[in-house]
Design a protein around this ligand. Structure first.
Ligand SMILES: NS(=O)(=O)c1ccc(B(O)O)cc1
Ligand SMILES: [Zn+2]
Length: 258
């Protein structure tokens, strides 16, 4: 139904998802010196210690690692959040060879890729689905990836991508703790936004970390061997440039931690 091509990409999503033209859409371009520096903004607290992954899959739009969210073993709290938010999944967005691929940009500059750790408010809502349509239902932690040295832990993911090359493929992926993908400093920008893919629900408290993590061009290239298309499709569409461009701020304020 929707994708990232000319006929089904971000510029036509509004036809089936009119909220695409809403007042709190994501991603956005973050302009640091226009962000309001709130000393009252607490640090974010990330408890992934008991966190373990279940599987990794190709949903035709990205590669997704899912977690057991039946209890509060892996949560994010503090910062702008009034409740702990439970980790549900993480996935990536990336570009083509050598060109940008992140969704958020900083003063107009994109990064090679962006990691999204998706959490939901299990205090106020019974299911992820219900939370995903509520204005304070989700909290997504965005982490920029820039190219440089090999990332010492990302190979745990890139080594299994061949198993999920095709759309709708899924394989076991237990024991991975995404704590190893966090940068050293948790300084962040935060603002109220949306899912960056259809259904584009305006239900996300975005927390974008200022410090990127470094991955090698070789590691990033492994993501580009994934396909948007299924095993039976005669078209073999390489999965790349699966990012939505920045959307209008529409009067929103971006807050900056110290
Ligand atoms: N790209 S994103 O993190 O905004 C995101 C997260 C979840 C879903 B979803 O559950 O459909 C869609 C987009
Ligand atoms: Zn995303």
């Amino acid at each position: 139904r929707w994708g990232y091509g000319k006929e089904d990409g971000p510029s036509v999503w509004y036809k089936n998802y009119p909220v695409a033209e809403g007042s709190r859409q994501s991603p956005i371009d973050i302009v640091p010196n226009e962000a309001s520096r709130d000393r009252s903004l607490d640090p974010i607290i990330i408890n992934y210690d008991q966190c373990t992954s279940i599987n990794i899959s190709n949903n035709g739009h990205s590669v997704v690692v899912e977690f057991n969210d039946s209890d509060d073993r892996s949560v994010i709290k503090g910062g702008p959040l009034d409740n702990p938010y439970r980790l549900k999944q993480f996935h990536f967005h990336w570009g083509g060879k050598g060109c940008e691929g992140s969704e958020h940009t900083v003063s107009g500059t994109g990064f090679a890729s962006e990691l999204h750790l998706v959490h939901w408010n299990a205090v106020k809502y019974k299911t992820f689905g219900e939370a995903s349509t509520a204005p304070d239902g989700l909290a997504v932690l965005g982490i920029f990836l820039e190219t440089g040295d090999d990332h010492r832990w990302l190979h745990m993911i890139t080594d299994v991508l061949y198993m999920v090359k095709y759309k709708d493929s899924i394989t076991n992926f237990k024991g991975f703790n995404p704590k190893c993908l966090l940068p050293s400093r948790l300084h962040y920008w935060t603002y109220l936004g949306s899912l960056t893919t259809p259904p584009l629900h305006e239900s996300v408290i975005w927390i974008v970390l200022k410090e990127p993590i470094e991955v090698s061009e070789k590691q990033l290239g492994m993501f580009r061997m994934l396909l948007f298309t299924g095993e039976e499709d005669d078209q073999r569409l390489r999965m790349e440039n699966n990012f939505r461009p920045p959307q209008p701020l529409k009067g929103r304020i971006v807050h900056s931690s110290n």
